[in-house]
Design a protein around this ligand. Structure first.
Ligand code: DC
Length: 234
């Protein structure tokens, strides 16, 4: 049981680049506060994956847009992941969305303004009851009125090293230099795009986690929330 009383409908936005630790931090904060954790990157990964499943080239924006509505209405997104609606069940497709290929495809569809617009309502609807939501534009575009916003960063080298050790831990054959190059390319695409680029919201608190333990980042965030009376100890 959570040791906190959480203000009703509390929305916590966590943005940052790939590998900044925002997914891990969002999960820890969600667990601590018993709030649903919503990973918005999964939505873009899902759209990129559906395009691949349907042999739609990501270089053909019109073709991606023409499959978009059906792709969105045929899925259910929740804290546990993304599920495909099937005749009599929901099929979990989250694990297929986690690999590097899905991540690279996601950053391409995420640069398409109409894809972003189509996913806005999905994100705002689910956030209404309160949540920890992580992504790139949560504090700036998706939930501009979120009561608490955090912008997490870490040096590019440290972020690459974290990805590398995650892959190693899973027993995968990982090459640090290749991961660093892919991360640089992803950072550039996410930061330089015209539509909702990765940037810190004016009212977000910046936390550089390069030399911090994840638990210390969590404590810092809980501290801010408590000071602002968004959460109170039971
Ligand atoms: O966080 P992630 O690696 O799962 O995100 C996958 C891609 O989706 C990443 O390149 C950035 C993009 N993205 C985005 O543009 N906006 C979001 N709110 C979340 C992710």
């Amino acid at each position: 049981m959570s040791r906190w009383l959480v203000n009703q409908g509390l929305q916590i936005a966590i943005d940052g680049p790939s590998g900044s630790g925002k997914g891990t931090i969002a999960a820890l904060i969600g667990e601590e506060l018993a709030l649903p954790v919503l990973d918005t990157g999964l939505l873009y990964r899902y759209v990129g994956w559906r395009a691949e499943e349907e042999s739609v080239s990501l270089d053909d924006e019109n073709a991606v847009l023409s499959m978009l509505d059906a792709a969105i209405t045929s899925m259910v997104w929740k804290a546990e992941g993304i599920f495909l609606k099937e005749a009599d069940a929901e099929k979990d497709c989250t694990s297929r969305l986690r690999d590097e290929n899905a991540g690279a495809r996601a950053s391409k569809v995420a640069a398409m303004p109409q894809v972003r617009t189509a996913l806005l309502d999905v994100q705002r609807d689910i956030a209404k009851l309160g949540c920890v939501m992580d992504g790139r534009d949560i504090g700036t575009v998706v939930l501009p009125d979120a009561q608490a916003k955090f912008y997490l960063t870490a040096s590019q080298r440290e972020r690459a090293r974290r990805r590398w050790s995650q892959l190693k831990a899973k027993g995968e054959d990982a090459d640090l230099e290749r991961i660093a190059a892919e991360l640089r390319a992803r950072d550039e695409r996410d930061t330089d795009r015209d539509c909702a680029p990765l940037e810190k919201a004016m009212d977000a608190i910046h936390i550089d986690s390069t030399t911090m333990a994840m638990d210390d980042v969590v404590d810092r965030i809980l501290n801010v929330l408590e000071r602002r009376k968004l959460i109170n100890k039971k």
